[in-house]
Design a protein around this ligand. Structure first.
Ligand code: F6R
Length: 261
């Protein structure tokens, strides 16, 4: 794992966008894993600008989202399908047939989860997975005690997650109680992971995810096992990292990051 600290939310999102855009230019048929949530909105705005102003081409790209609420139709403004259509899919030249999210309305949810895993496999696996982190330490909706080898399945949302997402729904009582989510094992199978976290509210959980012991209580700690995972944070989210100066030193000295400095 490596941790990169950028001065503010904008520059952190820009770095993630640069990495995604670079991979897409190098591999036009990239299989791209996507996340929703407030943090990702800036990244999607930048990718849309890249498409409109710098010919960033999504025509061959395939996408797989991490999760979807159970019981919400794709037309529901609170569904993650709706979020993705609005913020990215409808604004770039992605072929809608190449965009995938779990179907939270499937009559047989377990079959839907198995089918989602099979679809990822048929596409050759996910090349690059973009991740956010919840206050409960989840990636996707892998809530505390998610098995570190778990696959796509239905999970109940923890109270912390329900509270975190209450604002989007106009109150905690309206937040669905379950979601389909890629498992921690599914995420660990992706060839490269980038986790973006910004703001002071993520500082404590980022310190645990990056520097704490690996535990299923905080599913993001499993990323320490991943061979190519980059955590991008702004100064506020980095404020509780013990080895922040070391991470800055690596970013300044590692040739891989020269074009991004
Ligand atoms: C959503 C997802 C979640 C979010 C996380 C952070 O698809 O996978 O893990 O990334 O809850 O959400 P925000 O960015 O709203 O703080």
């Amino acid at each position: 794992m490596e941790a990169i600290i950028r001065p503010n939310e904008d520059s952190a999102a820009r770095l993630v966008e640069q990495i995604v855009a670079g991979e897409l230019r190098r591999h036009p048929s990239l299989v791209l894993g996507l996340a929703t949530g407030r943090t990702m909105e800036a990244v999607y705005r930048l990718l849309v600008t890249g498409h409109q102003e710098r010919n960033l081409d999504f025509s061959l790209c395939r996408t797989f989202n991490l999760d979807e609420y159970v019981g919400l139709a794709p037309t529901d403004p609170h569904s993650y399908r709706f979020y993705m259509n609005e913020r990215l899919f409808n604004q770039v030249n992605l072929d809608p047939r190449n965009t995938h999210l779990p179907n939270g309305m499937a009559p047989d949810l377990d079959a839907e989860c198995r089918d989602y895993e099979a679809k990822i496999k048929r596409c050759g696996g996910i090349d690059l997975q973009v991740l956010g982190i919840g206050k409960a330490g989840h990636i996707g909706f892998n809530e505390p005690l998610s098995a570190l080898r778990s696959r796509t399945r239905v999970k109940s949302l923890s109270p912390v997650t329900v509270e975190q997402n209450a604002g989007f729904f106009g109150g905690a009582t309206k937040v669905p109680r379950r979601a389909i989510t890629m498992g921690v094992g599914t995420i660990l199978d992706c060839r490269r992971c980038i986790l973006l976290a910004t703001g002071a509210s993520k500082a404590e959980v980022i310190a645990k995810a990056v520097e704490g012991p690996i535990t299923s209580m905080i599913s993001a700690t499993a990323l320490q096992l991943h061979p190519h995972c980059t955590v991008v944070v702004d100064e506020e989210a980095a404020s509780q990292l013990q080895a922040a100066d070391y991470y800055r030193w690596i970013f300044e000295n590692e040739p891989e990051w020269e074009e991004f400095r």
